[in-house]
Design a protein around this ligand. Structure first.
Ligand code: GTP
Ligand code: MG
Length: 235
């Protein structure tokens, strides 16, 4: 296995089997690690069925919804300890991240850089987002880029591919942020440790029209989290 793809799931029964198929058909030597938080819709059971049918699929079950950040941290730590993968990818289960873009991310990570899927460079974009959400997301990334000095135009995206040695170097167990701040914190840690970050254009597709978890409270929290990262003495 060259690449371990870590996919956190919470109520993704409609998406997970299709996503697994799309990933396993790619011309990559990959493993798929599903990190499920006891999804009430039975996603965890579906993941077990996929794992029974294909040895490339693995499942971590957690007892309840604990957030996407800790799911990734646990998934990466498990993969580092239990697989020989040289690269570790992360992506959403809901097809917001097109599995067909994974090879492009892998290609960059093979050369030693952290590959960061980016909506805000030429060739990238978003579908199904209104102007308000676009402005908040783009503005938030610009703000975080300036405060943190990150060489990224998309700081909150979650479609990335990591070389093993970078994950081993950024003190994963020390990460406690969840949500949008988690994506920024991972990239910031890698950047601070001197690793190269390279953006790869992706088109992000929202699964739902209208319904967004983005709120004024989340946006304000993100503004503060960026400064918490910047002022941290241990990163
Ligand atoms: N294990 C785990 N996975 C989660 C949790 N929250 C979200 N996820 C998964 O993380 C990925 C991204 O979450 P989404 O809910 O799609 O987040 P989003 O794209 O900001 O919001 P949506 O508009 O609902 O798509 C998906 O694969 C989710 O199933 C969680 O608490 N635990
Ligand atoms: Mg989503």
């Amino acid at each position: 296995m060259e690449v371990l793809v870590v996919v956190p799931t919470y109520n993704e029964a409609d998406n997970l089997p299709r996503l697994a198929r799309a990933l396993l058909e790619l011309p990559l030597e990959l493993g798929l690690l599903v990190v499920d938080d006891a999804s009430p819709d039975g996603t965890g059971q579906l993941a077990e069925e996929l794992a029974a049918r294909d040895e490339r699929v693995m499942v971590l079950h957690r007892p309840g919804k604990q957030g996407l950040g800790t799911a990734y941290v646990q998934g990466f730590l498990w993969g580092l300890a239990h697989t020989p993968a040289r690269l570790f990818a992360q992506m959403d289960a809901d097809f917001s991240h097109n599995p067909r873009r994974l090879p492009a991310l892998v290609e960059v990570a093979r050369r030693g850089a952290v590959a960061v899927g980016s909506r805000y460079i030429p060739g990238g974009g978003v579908k199904n987002w209104g102007l308000g959400r676009r402005l908040i997301s783009r503005g938030g990334s610009l703000y975080a880029r300036l405060v943190l000095g990150l060489p990224l135009h998309d700081v909150t995206g979650g479609f990335k591919c990591w070389p093993r040695r970078v994950l081993e170097d950024i003190d994963l167990p020390a990460i406690h942020s969840n949500g949008y701040a988690f994506q920024a914190e991972m990239s910031y840690r890698a950047h601070r440790r001197g690793h190269r970050l390279v953006e790869v254009p992706i088109v992000f597709e929202d699964r739902r029209v209208g319904q967004s978890k983005m709120s004024a409270a989340i946006a304000l929290e993100a503004l503060w989290m960026v400064w918490r990262l910047r002022l941290s003495r241990t990163i």
